[in-house]
Design a protein. Sequence first.
Lengths: 306, 331
Amino acid sequence: MISLRLRRGDATEDSTGGLLSYTDWARRDIKLLFGSAQVLLLVLLVLIGLGPVVWLAKGAVTPTIDTLRNPLALFPHGVAWSNLSDAWSKVNVGRYFWNTIVLALGSWFCQIVVATTGAFVLSVLRPAWGRFVNVLLLGTLFVPVVVLIVPLYIEVVHPPLIHHSFAESYWAIWLPAGASAFNVVLMKRFFDNLPQELFEAARIDGAGPVRLFFSIVLPLSKPILGVVSIFAILAEWKNFLWPFLVLTNSPDRQPLSVRLPAIQAQTQLGVLLASMLIASLVPILGFLIFQRSFLRGSGFGGALKG
Amino acid sequence: MDNLDVISGEPATASEPVAVVGAAAAKPRRRDRRSPLAWVRGEDLAALAFALPMLVIFTAFSWYPITRLVVLSFQQTNLIDPPTWVGLQNFRDVIGDPLFATAVRNTAYFAVLALLFGYPIPLIAAVLISESRRFRGIYSALAYLPVVIPPVVGVMLWKYVFYEPSSVGLFNTVLGWFHLGPYGWLQSPGTAMPALVVESTWANAGATVIIYLAALTTVDTDLYDAASVDGAGLWHKVWHITLPQLRGVLLITLILQIIGTAQVFLEPFLFTSGGPANSTLTVLLLVYQYAFGNSIGVGFGDAAALSLMLAAFLAVFSVVFMRVTRSWSTR
């Protein structure tokens, strides 16, 4: 990778370091074709990518009657900020918002603990049985989580050994979230590429595994911790089926993704749209703030899956 | 990434924790020569402690449920009485169910449509975006934005606003300008599935664009330059350099997309509940209906059998896919 990037610097004069050379860009037909294709793409992306979000934001503060009369009219009878406050307090979205945050943080914590300690064992400590565990972990990558809903559901409602149902409890969502082999593999790959000399130096200086983990591995792993954290929180924010199944009978404890379809029938469209906007705010703002991690992280994940 | 093998050798003599300064620590760390006592006392114990969260969580929520899934598919259970073994009865039930064929057909239809819509478009978009120096960030942010919107919000926005069947639905309003419609996109068996695929493509294509963009930066640009010197045109370069260089990633996104669409659930569940006339009933929706549709517990065996069949199909498919394309993807 690095060698490619270096080479790019000293390319020929005609090279842009891309598909089209300067000569190509100077040709009128190519410039016209490629340039107009790019402009067209931009227009389409604004329309398709940004359009629905902007419309949702508009609909969230438009009186229901106006949206129902013409969804494309721009505030014919003013702005209804009350949609947002109604959603927050009357429809109880504030409460569901909080539930979502608690669920996301718990799942995040569980995923980080499992992934960092697990990867530390497999990559740095490397016990004899690590290989065996690694094979079992990689095996689970072949089993889509969603096919396990039936056994997981039975396990949560009637757990073996413990005679206590975890249905309607957040533990039923937090703990299974930790079982992500993908996180462990991602983390392990990162640890594998940390400079081994550091570990050896620390060991010679008498650092035990605990010191090694907290003083060397974790501080060096901030980039990967950031990526895993962002995707862990986003994934829980998006999660629907599992919380829908295990929190069925406690509406007050359900997250936004489960509540939104449930409140749809008895909520005015304007207030519903406001609720949907509130539900999207955290992921959208998070994306805007951590854009780099998002866009690099997905590429990273894609490269890893290879 | 290539230095993986260089560093994967045994770590040099590891000093044991301070507590153990006995004979065990002095010995070189050779697995076969250590006494069981050293095994228990030394770093392996620390390793075990560190591995505990992973071992407990994966045992409870991955390895055990996978085993349980296999067991369940041969059992009849109602969550109260002890389960009874019924052999292959669950599998016979599922395969004999006329809805099974419908669900498989619909899922395949969804997957094919999703490939038609969602496979070429991100590639074209990524090639165009990667040529834009200045606006690359904006392009990719716009493409990725729908991916971060919670899927439930996306589906509801499309269902109650865009696909609204009356003349004030957003799509129908726009078509109304041309005196077309109104159309009940989700209400007719012919258009319901394509409508689901369009929304799902909107929601997911951005992630694929980002993967392609990352892959495009690794294309050896010397090849472009060499081709330019030889007078190769734009299409020639795309066809003979870009696509061949991307083929590894193209194969990965292809299989990831097929695996993903085989598990489609949220869209049919929230948009149409499998209707109209079962035209959007997918395999996972059928699993859900078996398991939680009637009184809970009665259909767990059938649901487990169908889940197992899906998982087995996907595993076999992935392995065969990788075998078949291996020579082609690594040259």
